[in-house]
Design a protein around this ligand. Structure first.
Ligand code: CUA
Length: 646
C-alpha cells in the first residue's frame, strides 16, 4: 500500500513533490482511502473531477431536463449542478409562471388556446458563428407539444416560446445553422398539417412530415415567425437532424424511420409499429438545400400558407433541386455532420454499423442529376453505395456521434445503446479504436463542443437511460445517470457518476466556460423577459399605491431589509398588481416576493422589476414577505395585505 500511495502521490503531484507530501501528510491519504474503501484508481478519478471550494469548471453543460420541461446546467469536470431553468414548465424559485412577465412567455406556448404546463425537452443547441458556439443564445425543442424555446445566456432566462402551427410533434430540433440564420425543427410522428380530422386510411395522401426553418435574429435573440417557413415531406416519420457546415453549409440532413409508411397494428393480426416500421432494410436520409428553400419563399407561387406559416410543397422543392433522399440503415438515430462538413455519420440502431456518407460524393450525384430512382412522391433518390465513404461495425445499437479534438484524423465517439458502451473510432480510416462500458443503456452522448466546427475533446458525457443499481434507492422511479469519461488519453477512462433527479435528460450540449459572460445585475428597473425598462420601475421615494376603480396598483421597492410599502389595504374583489423593484446593486442580493395564499411568487435579482397580479377574492389579513434569505434581517422583510369586505 505504501508504495501504491507514493506512486499515486507522484502521479498527482509530480515526483519532486511526492516525497515531501508522503512525509508531510503523515499517511493521511492512506488512512482516508482505507476508511472509505477507495482504490488508487478511485483517488485518481476523484482528483480528476474534484473542484475545491470556490474553484471553477472548464466547461458548462446545458442538459435537457426531459419531461420536467426545464433545462439543467452543470459544470465539467466537477459535475456540480448550477441551475435548473424553467422553460416549458412553471418553476417557482425563479418565479417562472408565477409573475406576470414570465407568465407572458410561458403563455406564448399555448396551443390553440389551451394552456400547456409541461414539455418533453429533447435537444438543446447553442447559437453559432461560423459553426462555432458563440455563447449567446440557447434553443431547445419540446417534442410533445411541438415548440421551440429561446434562452438568453446573458441571464439564463427563457425569453421566447414559439408553437409550430402545422406539426403535431417534433423530435429533430433544435439545430442552429452555422451562423444562426435559422433553427431547424423536424417533425416526428406524421400527421395532417391542418387541424382537421383525417382518417388513417389517408396516411399517404394527407399525413405529412416536415422541417420548419425558424428564422432567428441573433442580434436580439428572437425567432421571427413571419419570416419562418416549412418544407413539406412525406410521412416517413422524420427524426434527428443536423445542419451542414463548411463544405456542406447551406444544406441540412434529417433521418426518418418509417419509409414503410406503416400506420400501426390496430387491426387484428397486424404487426405493431415497432415491427411494421422496420420491415424495409433502409429508411431515408433527407438532404435539402435550406438556402435555396429560403429564396423560394420570396415568390408567392412557391408556397402555400397553412395555419399562418409558409409551407413549400415537396414538388416545388424537387423542381428546384432542393430535396433528395438517400437510403440509410433502418431505424436510424443520429445524423452528425463532421466539423468541416465533409462527412455525415449516420447510426441505425437496428444495424451494428455506422454509415459514413461523404458530402463531395453526394454533391457530385446531385450536380450530375444521377439518381437511383424516385420515391412515391417524386423525390429523387441518390444511390447509397455511391454516397458512402464507408461503413464500420461498431457494436449493438449505435445511436449518436460526437467528434473529438483530433477529428481531422478521424476521431469520433458513438453511443452503443444495447451494448451499453461508448466506442471511440476513426470515421476516416474506418476502424474501431477503443470501447468503454457504461451503466446502463446510453442514449445521447455529449462531447465538449463535440458537434461544433471546433471540438475540444477532453471529456465525453454518457447520458444513460437506466441507472438500475448505481445509486442509493429512492423508490421505483430511479434517478438518471450522466457518466463523465476522460478521453484525453489513448484509452477512455470512466471518471464519475452523476445522479440526475429531473426527468430523462435527452441530450446535453457543452461550451467552454470562457465563452460565457453572464450579467450579475440588471439595469435598474428591467423587465428581464423583454430586456426593456418596466413601466412599473420604482426608485426609492417613488413607492405608492394607485387606485382606479377596482384596480389597485402597488409600486413597491425591495432593499435590505424592508419592503416598501409595508401595508396595503384593498377591498375584497379588487384586482391587485404589485410592481416590485429590487434596488440592490450588490452581486447575489436577490429578494423574493410572495403574498400568502394567493399563488404568486417573484424572484427579484438586483435591478429587476417584476410584477404579480391577482384578484383579492379571499377576505382577511395576508402577510407578504421576502422569500430569499437575503440578510440577517431577512425575517423582518415583510408587510401586510389587508383585504376587507366593503
Ligand atoms: Cu430580502 Cu429576505
Amino acid at each position: 500500500m505504501a508504495t501504491n500511495i507514493s506512486r499515486l502521490t507522484s502521479l498527482l503531484l509530480g515526483t519532486s513533490l511526492a516525497a515531501t507530501m508522503a512525509s508531510a501528510n503523515g499517511g493521511e491519504l492512506e488512512k482516508v482511502m482505507k476508511a472509505r474503501g477507495l482504490t488508487e484508481n478511485d483517488v485518481i478519478h476523484a482528483a480528476k473531477t474534484y473542484t475545491p471550494s470556490g474553484g471553477r469548471d472548464e466547461f458548462m453543460i446545458f442538459s435537457s431536463g426531459g419531461q420536467s420541461g426545464q433545462i439543467m446546467v452543470y459544470g465539467v469536470p466537477s459535475m456540480k449542478i448550477l441551475k435548473y431553468i424553467g422553460v416549458f414548465t412553471p418553476e417557482p424559485w425563479q418565479g417562472y409562471g408565477y409573475d406576470e412577465e414570465s407568465k407572458k412567455v410561458l403563455r406564448e406556448g399555448n396551443i390553440r388556446g389551451r394552456e400547456i404546463n409541461w414539455g418533453d425537452t429533447h435537444h438543446p443547441a447553442i447559437s453559432e458563428t461560423n459553426g462555432v458556439y458563440d455563447g449567446k443564445w440557447l434553443a431547445i425543442n419540446d417534442k410533445a407539444n411541438p415548440r421551440i424555446a429561446i434562452l438568453d445566456l446573458n441571464d439564463f432566462e427563457t425569453k421566447q416560446i414559439v408553437v409550430n402551427p402545422v406539426f403535431k410533434s417534433d423530435h429533430g430540433g433544435a439545430f442552429f445553422t452555422p451562423n444562426s440564420e435559422y433553427i431547424l425543427e423536424a417533425s416526428q410522428y406524421a400527421a395532417p398539417f391542418d387541424n382537421n380530422y383525417h382518417p388513417i386510411e389517408e396516411y399517404k395522401e394527407t399525413y405529412r412530415g416536415g422541417i420548419t426553418f425558424w428564422k432567428f435574429n441573433d442580434k436580439i435573440g428572437r425567432i421571427n415567425q413571419k419570416k419562418s417557413f416549412v418544407l413539406e415531406l412525406p410521412p416517413y416519420m422524420q427524426d434527428l437532424s443536423d445542419a451542414g457546415k463548411g463544405a456542406s453549409n447551406g444544406w441540412g440532413f434529417t433521418n426518418s424511420f418509417n419509409s414503410e409508411m406503416y400506420t400501426g397494428g390496430i387491426e387484428v393480426g397486424m404487426p405493431p409499429f415497432e415491427a411494421g416500421c422496420s420491415r424495409n432494410d433502409t429508411d431515408f436520409l433527407h438532404v435539402y438545400n435550406w438556402k435555396k428553400l429560403a429564396t423560394l419563399t420570396k415568390n408567392k407561387k412557391n408556397y402555400k400558407v397553412i395555419n399562418g406559416i409558409k409551407v413549400i410543397p415537396m414538388s416545388v422543392a424537387v423542381a428546384n433541386n432542393a430535396l433528395f433522399l438517400i437510403p440509410e440503415p433502418k431505424s436510424p438515430h443520429g445524423v452528425d455532420v463532421s466539423p468541416d462538413g465533409e462527412y455525415i455519420v449516420v447510426c441505425g440502431k437496428l444495424d451494428t454499423h455506422a454509415s459514413v456518407y461523404k458530402w463531395s460524393k453526394i454533391q457530385k450525384l446531385i450536380k450530375d442529376h444521377k439518381y437511383a430512382g424516385k420515391d412515391p412522391y417524386g423525390i429523387p433518390i441518390l444511390s447509397m453505395k455511391d454516397s458512402l465513404h464507408g461503413q464500420v461495425e461498431l457494436g449493438l445499437g449505435p445511436l449518436h456521434n460526437q467528434y473529438g479534438k483530433h477529428w481531422k484524423d478521424g476521431e469520433i465517439y458513438t453511443s452503443l445503446y444495447v451494448d451499453s458502451q461508448i466506442v471511440k473510432w476513426d470515421y476516416k480510416h474506418l476502424k474501431v479504436l477503443d470501447k468503454v462500458n457504461v451503466h446502463y443503456n446510453v442514449g445521447h452522448l455529449c462531447g465538449m463542443e463535440g458537434k461544433s466546427a471546433d471540438p475540444q475533446g477532453k471529456y465525453i458525457i454518457s447520458l444513460n437511460k437506466l441507472a438500475i443499481d448505481r445509486f442509493d434507492p429512492v423508490g421505483p422511479l430511479h434517478p438518471q445517470n450522466h457518466q463523465l469519461i476522460d478521453i484525453s488519453g489513448k484509452k477512455m477512462d470512466l471518471l464519475y457518476d452523476m445522479a440526475i433527479p429531473l426527468g430523462e435528460p435527452h441530450q446535453a450540449v457543452a461550451i467552454r466556460m470562457s465563452k460565457l459572460h453572464p450579467e450579475v445585475r440588471y439595469k435598474m428597473g428591467t423587465n428581464s423577459r423583454t430586456g426593456k425598462i418596466s413601466k412599473g420601475k420604482t426608485l426609492a421615494g417613488q413607492e405608492r399605491v394607485v387606485r382606479k376603480g377596482h384596480n389597485v396598483t402597488v409600486y413597491a421597492t425591495l432593499v435590505r431589509s424592508h419592503i416598501n410599502p409595508e401595508r396595503v389595504t384593498v377591498n375584497k374583489g379588487d384586482i391587485v398588481t404589485f410592481y416590485l423593484t429590487n434596488l440592490e446593486r450588490a452581486e447575489d442580493e436577490t429578494h423574493g416576493f410572495t403574498v400568502d395564499n394567493y399563488d404568486v411568487h417573484a424572484s427579484l435579482e438586483p435591478g429587476k422589476t417584476a410584477s404579480v397580479k391577482f384578484k383579492a377574492d379571499l377576505e382577511g389579513v395576508f402577510p407578504y414577505y421576502c422569500t430569499e434569505f437575503c440578510s440577517a434581517l431577512h425575517l423582518e422583510m415583510m408587510g401586510y395585505l389587508m383585504v376587507k369586505d366593503p
